[in-house]
Design a protein around this ligand. Structure first.
Ligand code: 4AD
Length: 564
């Protein structure tokens, strides 16, 4: 220890700190190995200073941030020396512990590498199953392939939760299987082929499916990385959303996401089941089109062999042309909208469920829509596995009941004005105003039940919508609004008179020529008809209680995001 100790000095007596001085400030300093060598970044304690820099030429200390650094006093130096000795002892013990841990780990791995795991040829030939079939194949030897979803290593016992897309299965490895090198170095998301017998669980224990597999052998198919690249380090819930969207392919493996996409599949199954029961036929219209449906401002354009073309906004016009050929039709098709708004319910690409029905009235259409929604949800929840997922994601979900509340656009404006909810200009709503997302959501959340909002003004709706016979200012149009999400369905009766349709084009500034095939619908046997479009991600966000529709799309596309 080189620095000479000095007793307390007056201000004038403080000598300038020599080169190599260590600075200490117990108020603003930090005991960090990179600090101490300058007055700007002092250390916090003298003990740490002596521990890290035992041979410094001088130690300068200050007790208040506005007083100067002065040489350490003899008594403080003595105390610091003692403290430094303690720190050295602790550091040594920690180092020894670390070395021991390394040695133990090396020994464990060395021992583990001596263990050879082999299949036992005397065991019965296993039956190859998916996890879903586990309940019906208990007590027989089975083989399952999947991904390591969770892993817990205990002394002599390993609990591995396997995932294969059809479910989760707890697998228990014991004896050599638990201690083998491949097991102690196994990582999450590795793929394995695993052999054993599934037994039901004893009372008081819990695991997926109420059973677990006693493993007798396994093989690794693909070892996933550990350390910094381990999935648990790459995908963290607290990460920036844009990082999570970049890593969507890995995020999808989480239980919330897999749950949502199972519900989504059940929803699509149920849509089709209801349509099948109603005798409505599925068709597949094109995505590449040369006509608009819902306004030019949200069209995605591209060059199609030198001509201008768009990605479809809605398959409605094509569905209308199918009516004379196939009767009532539906489709499940991607729609594309170059939405400028960055909201939690707008995607640039979404799965659009659309139906078109011939020879019906507006009232028939409204009752079809409410029935279609309630029956679809009923079928979704009839599946026990799916009902369990919905319960987990949205414990307060109440299936909708018939009939839905009916509300006209004009009475919605009255409601909004009575409740002090302003229009986009911050003023009272007046006839002709669009009910923007925020106002619509406030009203829907407040009423807290499905709403059929009808009779929107001609000017704020599309060119093809039929006017109401009793009031030509408004259309036979409907939006279905759901709490937390707002609009999930948009539909209407269609103009089926050619002349009136021509007026609609004119009003919207659309050239009718490219629509010749749509117009022919009104020439070759016209009929009253109507239909609607439902946003799959929106109804899913409502059903699974997601804050944003982005959670409900496999690889969501929205402003600025078209990858992965
Ligand atoms: O109200 P929209 O624009 O109606 C139509 O496209 C009609 N041509 C449909 C028809 O009658 N066949 O859209 C229908 C539904 C909306 O209620 C909403 O659920 C969904 O499609 N939708 C969107 N979903 C996600 N992102 C977007 N950008 C959406 N735009 C509409």
């Amino acid at each position: 220890m080189a620095a000479p100790a000095i007793e307390k000095l007056s201000l004038e007596e403080i000598p300038p700190p020599p080169a190599g001085t260590i600075f200490i400030d117990d108020l603003t300093g930090a005991d960090d190995e990179s600090a101490g060598t300058s007055a700007t970044y002092p250390l916090k304690s003298a003990a740490f200073a002596l521990h890290i820099f035992p041979d410094a030429p001088a130690y300068y200390l200050r007790r208040q941030s506005d007083s100067p650094f002065e040489p350490i006093t003899a008594s403080a130096l003595k105390k610091a020396k003692k403290g430094a000795e303690g720190l050295a002892k602790r550091a040594k013990a920690a180092e020894e512990l670390k070395l021991k841990k390394h040695a133990d780990e090396a020994k464990r791995l060395e021992e583990a590498s001596k263990i050879v795991i082999k299949p036992d040829p005397s065991l019965p030939v296993p039956k190859r199953i998916k996890i879903r079939a586990g309940t019906t194949t208990r007590e027989t030897r089975v083989v399952i392939q999947g991904w390591v979803h969770r892993l817990r290593l205990q002394k002599g016992l390993v609990f591995l939760v396997l995932r294969d897309g059809t479910g989760f299965l707890q697998c228990v490895l014991s004896g050599d299987l638990a201690n083998a090198y491949s097991t102690v170095t196994l990582t999450l998301e590795s793929t394995v082929t695993i052999y054993g017998v599934i037994h039901s669980l004893p009372e008081g224990k819990s695991a997926p499916g109420n059973h677990e597999m006693a493993v007798d052998y396994y093989e690794i198919v693909g070892l996933a990385p550990g350390g910094d690249d381990a999935i648990s380090n790459k995908v963290q819930e607290s990460a920036d959303p844009s990082i999570l969207f970049d890593l969507r392919h890995l995020v999808l493996r989480g239980e919330t996401m897999t749950g949502i996409f199972k519900v989504r599949a059940a929803l699509l199954r149920s849509f089709r089941r209801v349509y099948e029961e109603l005798g409505i036929l599925e068709v597949t219209p094109p995505c590449m089109v040369q006509t608009q449906v819902e306004g030019g401002s949200t069209l995605f354009t591209f060059k199609y062999y030198g001509e201008d073309a768009y990605l479809t906004q809605s398959s409605q016009l094509y569905l209308e042309t199918c009516l004379p050929a196939l009767g009532d039709v539906f489709c499940v098709q991607e729609s594309f909208r170059a939405e400028r708004s960055h909201t939690r319910r707008h995607l640039s690409e979404y799965t659009h469920v659309e139906a078109e029905l011939a020879f019906l009235t507006f009232e028939d259409l409204l009752s079809h829509i409410e029935n279609f929604i309630t029956r679809t949800i009923q079928y979704v929840l009839e599946d026990e596995e799916i009902a369990g997922i919905v319960e987990k994601l949205n414990p307060n979900f109440v299936p909708p009941k018939l009939p839905f509340r009916r509300m006209t656009y004009e009475s919605a404006l009255e409601w909004l004005n009575e409740h002090g909810i302003p229009n986009e200009e911050g003023e009272k709503f007046k006839f002709g105003d669009d009910i923007a997302e925020a106002a619509e959501r406030k009203m829907t959340d407040e009423l807290n039940e499905p709403i059929l909002l009808t009779r929107f003004p001609v000017e704020i709706k599309s060119f093809y919508m039929k006017k109401c016979a009793d009031d030509p200012r408004v259309t036979e149009s409907v939006d279905v609004l759901m709490p937390n999400v707002g609009e999930i369905v948009g539909g209407s009766m269609r103009i089926y008179d050619l002349e009136e349709l021509m007026k609609g084009y004119k009003r919207e500034g659309i050239d009718p020529e490219p629509y010749y095939w749509f117009n022919d619908q009104r020439i070759y046997g016209t009929c009253p008809h109507g239909g609607y479009g439902l946003g799959t991600e929106r109804i899913l966000a409502w059903l699974c209680d997601r804050f944003t529709v982005r959670d409900c799309s496999l690889y969501p596309r929205f402003t600025g995001r078209c990858k992965p």
